[in-house]
Design a protein around this ligand. Structure first.
Ligand SMILES: O=P(O)(O)O[C@H]1O[C@H](CO)[C@@H](O)[C@H]1O
Ligand SMILES: O=c1cc[nH]c(=O)[nH]1
Length: 258
């Protein structure tokens, strides 16, 4: 039986092309944010868009770049990370949003992740929980340099990747006093995927409020009534984060060539 060429040339879940994607990538949760980042590229074109996985390619100051969205939640996101790696992407920076967990880290600020707590809901099913989720040091330094050069407020720290967004009955105080900087939902799965495959990954997160757990509406104790990432201060932070992540990819590519 002959195979349908379209199916053969596309990855099975995300339906991204198996070849031809630039090896440097910015990854975001929201498909609309992928378009926002792609709008900064020269010659941007949408490559594919299936489920939550929207992929663009273009060029940033001469560097070919892939921009892709992975949706909300690590179990779905890791499918994209793995299929991008299979397709030849070698350097990944996640540009996400996150809740602040530390005084002094405010709305619109960037948090550059040094490592992430692996509460992502998927990687514990793949390898023991003691395995660390760490950013590539060169990715941390490239993001930091890009943020400094852009003159945007930024911080470095450990991020809590947590599968459950909304609060439940279990108190969320396990990491009180641990100095975590921010909370989000996918980064540790990216860092682990990259480490297992010898690839480079990091993350820069735009703060869009306090930890969602602290924003619980008192009248509806299982909702996150105070959470609003659709504010101008967050959109400005995303613009900053987009430039910082693209510029960091460029720094990483220059470093590799040197
Ligand atoms: O804005 P993104 O990149 O999706 O990141 C954060 O926002 C979503 C929750 O609203 C989760 O995906 C979380 O990680
Ligand atoms: O995942 C997220 C994103 C924003 N704020 C949070 O508390 N969690």
């Amino acid at each position: 039986m002959t195979q349908n060429p379209t199916t053969r040339d596309l990855s099975p879940v995300t339906r991204i092309p198996r070849t031809g994607l630039p090896p440097y990538a910015v990854l975001v949760g929201d498909p609309a944010r992928a378009a926002t980042v792609a709008a900064l590229l020269e010659g941007a074109e949408e490559v594919s868009y299936h489920r939550e996985y929207r992929v663009f390619r273009g060029s940033w100051k001469g560097l070919g770049v892939t921009v892709a969205s992975h949706g909300v939640g690590a179990p779905g996101a890791i499918l994209l990370f793995q299929e991008l790696a299979d397709a030849g992407v070698r350097t990944f920076l996640r540009l996400g949003t996150a809740g602040s967990m530390k005084p002094g880290i405010g709305d619109g600020d960037l948090v550059i992740a040094e490592a992430a707590v692996r509460d992502d809901g998927v990687t514990r099913q793949l390898l023991p929980p003691e395995y660390p989720a760490v950013s590539a040091p060169e990715a941390v330094l490239a993001l930091q340099r890009a943020a400094r050069e852009a003159g945007v407020p930024h911080h470095r720290g450990i991020v809590w990747t947590r599968a459950a967004f909304q609060p439940g009955l279990i108190p969320l105080n396990a990491y009180d006093g641990a100095g975590l900087a921010a909370i989000e939902m996918e980064l540790s799965a990216l860092l682990v995927t990259a480490s297992l495959r010898g690839l480079v990954a990091g993350g820069v997160l735009v703060v869009d409020g306090a930890n969602a757990d602290e924003l619980v509406d008192e009248n509806a104790s299982f909702s996150t009534g105070g959470y609003n990432p659709y504010r101008a201060v967050v959109a400005r932070g995303v613009e900053h984060g987009a430039v910082v992540s693209l510029q960091a990819l460029r720094l990483l590519s220059e470093e590799r060539r040197a």
